[in-house]
Design a protein around this ligand. Structure first.
Ligand code: HXC
Ligand code: NAP
Length: 285
């Protein structure tokens, strides 16, 4: 039985990509102690990476690191950091470099979210999500660039979302933050391409067994009708997101930069078409 929020490692894993495709690379993963970020850590480790997983909650990070090491046999170091604090970010990146000697891959997965109509969302509520998601992703990227990637190249994957493509209700803060992240992806891809750094976004759809899914109504009675909005007629899995990350970081994606890879079963193209239905459903979550 899965633990709360399903932060376990896979009991079995069958490789699609070569198991050594990322052998001995080092990945620095914000939000790597839970949900999608933890599964990204696991799957990268199953492809040969060592990882640094970071977020604010030390105990959860420590426990996740133990599970990740046991499941994969690779090294995993937990580091407590609030991505809104640039001094902490610098210390965390420096610590990662001291322990592993390099950072090949950066995954910006840290995020915060809640449902709120714009009419009752305070400026500080909006700012908080912008600071974690968008400014946090920039701060960590810039720090890793300054301290390592500028001289050595690397791969950055920013975890984004499709919310802003259709103006999803109750999500002006998260949509704005993810739009900013996608813009950062494109700007940095252009500026840092000459430094042999690829920068891409990965935009998941609704991924079951995650905090983000729960916050958006994943445990409500409406979950059945939510799945009907997805052309592939099911929610996504954390492993599907993590394997898309492996692809973006692999040599198969060596000419891909500034892209936004949507992994959502086709949902965004058909969601958000009925305003009255969306508002009615949201008011009952
Ligand atoms: C309205 C809210 C609110 C709510 C917080 N705020 N929750 N406003 N409705 N439900 C407001 C507060 O009133 C406050 O504004 C401001 O936000 C900051 O709140 P704090 O609690 O002080 O912030 P903090 O402790 O830093 O916590 C950040 C957090 C929290 C985002 C609010 O939920 C968190 O830590 N989340 C991390 C985990 C998480 O959310 N994971 C899901 C990621 S999924 P005032 O004005 O009162 O000071 C995801 C999915 C995206 O991102 C896309 C899916 C498709
Ligand atoms: P999650 O487990 O809550 O992941 C968010 C992570 O960010 C947590 O590990 C959290 O850990 C960390 N975090 C939050 N604030 C932070 C801060 N200030 N500094 C450092 N770390 C911080 O939720 P998830 O659903 O798996 O989401 C993972 C990513 O996927 C997010 O970027 C999210 O926007 C994106 N996404 C998710 C879905 C979905 O359906 N789940 C859909 C689209 C996009 P701490 O609390 O310990 O700090």
């Amino acid at each position: 039985m899965a633990a709360e929020h399903d932060d376990y490692c896979l009991k079995e894993y069958s490789h699609t990509f070569l198991p050594d495709v990322l052998k001995d690379q080092v990945a620095f993963i914000t939000g790597g102690g839970s949900g999608i970020g933890m599964r990204i850590a696991e799957i990268l480790m199953r492809h040969g990476c060592d990882t640094v997983i970071c977020s604010r909650k030390g105990k959860r990070l420590e426990e996740a690191a133990v599970r990740l090491r046991e499941a994969t046999g690779r090294r995993c170091v937990p580091v407590v950091v609030d991505v809104r604090q640039s001094k902490q970010v610098k210390e965390a990146v420096t610590s990662a470099l001291n322990q592993f000697g390099k950072i090949d891959i950066l995954i910006n997965g840290a995020a915060g979210n809640f449902l709120s109509p714009a009419s009752s969302l305070s400026p500080n509520g909006f700012r908080t999500v912008m600071e974690i998601d968008a400014i946090g992703a920039y701060t960590v990227s810039k720090t890793v660039y300054d301290l390592w990637m500028k001289e050595h190249g690397g791969n950055i994957v920013n975890i984004s979302a499709t919310l802003y493509y259709t103006g999803t209700v109750l999500q002006v803060h998260a949509g704005a933050a993810k739009a900013a992240i996608d813009a950062v992806t494109r700007h940095l891809a252009v500026e840092w391409g000459p430094d042999n750094i690829r920068v891409n976004s990965l935009a998941p759809g609704p991924i079951e067994g995650t905090e983000g899914f729960r916050k958006l109504g994943g445990r409500s009675p409406y979950v059945k009708s939510m799945v009907e909005t997805i052309p592939m007629k099911r929610f996504g899995t954390r492993t599907e997101i993590a394997e898309a990350v492996v692809y973006l970081c692999s040599p198969s994606a060596s000419y891909i930069t500034g892209s936004i890879l949507v992994v959502d079963g086709g949902q965004w193209m058909v969601s958000g078409r009925s305003l009255s239905e969306m508002m009615s459903r949201a008011s009952k979550l």
